[in-house]
Design a protein around this ligand. Structure first.
Ligand code: FES
Ligand SMILES: [Fe+2]
Length: 345
C-alpha cells in the first residue's frame, strides 16, 4: 500500500494524477480477480498505465506500468520468486516496489530511489480494485453481498465508449425503460414515471419509492408486473439497484435481486463496466443470468455511446431536465459537490 507523491513538482505521473482530480482518491475496479494469475497484467485506470501482479502469497499489487530504470513497461516482465522482474535489463522489484537486484551489477545495493511507483490494491466482489491516491473513501458498499439468500454472479466487463458518469446516470434513469427496453423493462403505452423520493447521502444518493411497469422485469418473469426499485449511488462511478416485482408474477417464489454497477474509468470518455448480480436463484446456470443482463445492457450501450458530449455536463443549463430526471439531477449535484472532474464537464 502506498501514497502517490503529489507533493513533487507537477510532471509525469504527478501531473496525470493531478488531472485525475478527486476521483483518484476512490477505489476503482480494474480486472476480474480470476484473470490475474501468475503473469503480470497491463490495465488502464484514469489515463494511467498500471501493471497488476500477484506475489508468492497470491496478494495482488498495482504499480505504475513503467520501470524506473529506462521506462519499459513492467507488464512485459514476469514474476520470479515473488518479485516482479523487468523484461528489459532484469531489474527485480520486491512487493514494496523497491528494486532489490540489478543483474548488470550483482553486488550493487539499489537505493530507495530505484523504486517502482506503487498504488493501493485490494480484491472484492470478484474484482481487483485500485486507488491511485490514498484517501478516506471505502470500497463502494454492496449490501446484498453479505445476504446468504442471494447468489452472486458477475457480468462483463463491457468496454463502453463514454464516460463513467453517463453510465451511472443511465443506470438511475427510469424514463428510458419504455423506449430503450421496450418489451423488457417497459412498454410505450406505460411510459409515465410516477413521482419518487430522492435524498442525498454521504456516498451519493438514495432514490426510493420508484415504480415501473415491466413486461419482463427479470429472467424468471411470467407476466408483466409493477416493480419497485430502489437506487443508491455508492461512489462517484458505482451504484446499486434493488428491484422487487409484485407477488405472483415470477416463476420462482420470493424472487428478489440487487444489481451493482461497478465502472472503471479507463479515460475520461471510455469506461469498462461490470455488473454484480445478487439474485434469489441458486439453480440457473451463470450464463442464463448473465444473458438477461447482457440483453438489457446491449440495449443501453448504443444510446450511451451516442450521447454528446461523452462527459456528463454538471452545469444545470447545459441540458434540459424534467421532474422525472430528479435522480440524475441529484447525481450531478453530488459529483459537483465532491469535485469529481474526471468524466464530467
Ligand atoms: S528498463 Fe527495466 S530494467 Fe532497465
Ligand atoms: Fe437501460
Amino acid at each position: 500500500m502506498s501514497v502517490a507523491p503529489l507533493s513533487e513538482p507537477l510532471g509525469g505521473v504527478a501531473a496525470s494524477l493531478h488531472a485525475a482530480g478527486a476521483a483518484a482518491a476512490y477505489w476503482h475496479p480494474v480486472i476480474d480477480s480470476a484473470a490475474l494469475r501468475d503473469k503480470p497484467q497491463a490495465v488502464q485506470l484514469m489515463d494511467h498505465a498500471v501493471v497488476l501482479w500477484r506475489d508468492a502469497q497470491g496478494q495482488a499489487h498495482a504499480w505504475a506500468d513503467r520501470c524506473p530504470h529506462r521506462g519499459a513497461r513492467l507488464s512485459l516482465g514476469r514474476v520470479c520468486e515473488g518479485q516482479l522482474e523487468c523484461a528489459y535489463h532484469g531489474w527485480r522489484f520486491a512487493e514494496t516496489g523497491r528494486c532489490v537486484h540489478v543483474p548488470a551489477l550483482p553486488e550493487f545495493v539499489p537505493p530507495a530511489g530505484h523504486s517502482a511507483q506503487i498504488f493501493a490494491a485490494q480484491e472484492a466482489y470478484g474484482l481487483v480494485w485500485v486507488r491511485l491516491v490514498n484517501g478516506a473513501h471505502s470500497l463502494p458498499l454492496f449490501s446484498a453481498e453479505s445476504d446468504a439468500g442471494l447468489r452472486k454472479v458477475n457480468c462483463g466487463p463491457y468496454d463502453v465508449a463514454t464516460s463513467a458518469p453517463r453510465i451511472v446516470e443511465n443506470f438511475l434513469d427510469m424514463a428510458h425503460f419504455a423506449f430503450v427496453h421496450a418489451g423488457w423493462l417497459g412498454e410505450r403505452g406505460r411510459s409515465a414515471v410516477a413521482d419518487y423520493t430522492v435524498q442525498a447521502t454521504a456516498t451519493g444518493l438514495l432514490a426510493t419509492n420508484c415504480w415501473a411497469w415491466q413486461p419482463q422485469s427479470h429472467v424468471h418473469s411470467t407476466q408483466g408486473a409493477m416493480v419497485e426499485y430502489r437506487y443508491e449511488v455508492t461512489a462517484p462511478y458505482a451504484a446499486v439497484l434493488t428491484k422487487v416485482p409484485q407477488p405472483d408474477t415470477t416463476a420462482t417464489a420470493a424472487w428478489r435481486e440487487s444489481i451493482a454497477l461497478f465502472i472503471c474509468p479507463l479515460t475520461a470518455q471510455t469506461s469498462r463496466v461490470w455488473f454484480r448480480l445478487a439474485v434469489a436463484d441458486f439453480d440457473s446456470p451463470d450464463t442464463t443470468l448473465q444473458a438477461f443482463q447482457h440483453t438489457i445492457f446491449t440495449q443501453d450501450q448504443p444510446v450511451l455511446e451516442s450521447q454528446s458530449p461523452s462527459c456528463l455536463p454538471l452545469d444545470p443549463r447545459a441540458e434540459a431536465h424534467t421532474a422525472a430526471d430528479k435522480a440524475s439531477a441529484a447525481y450531478r449535484r453530488f459529483l459537483q459537490g465532491a469535485a469529481i472532474s474526471f468524466g464530467t464537464c
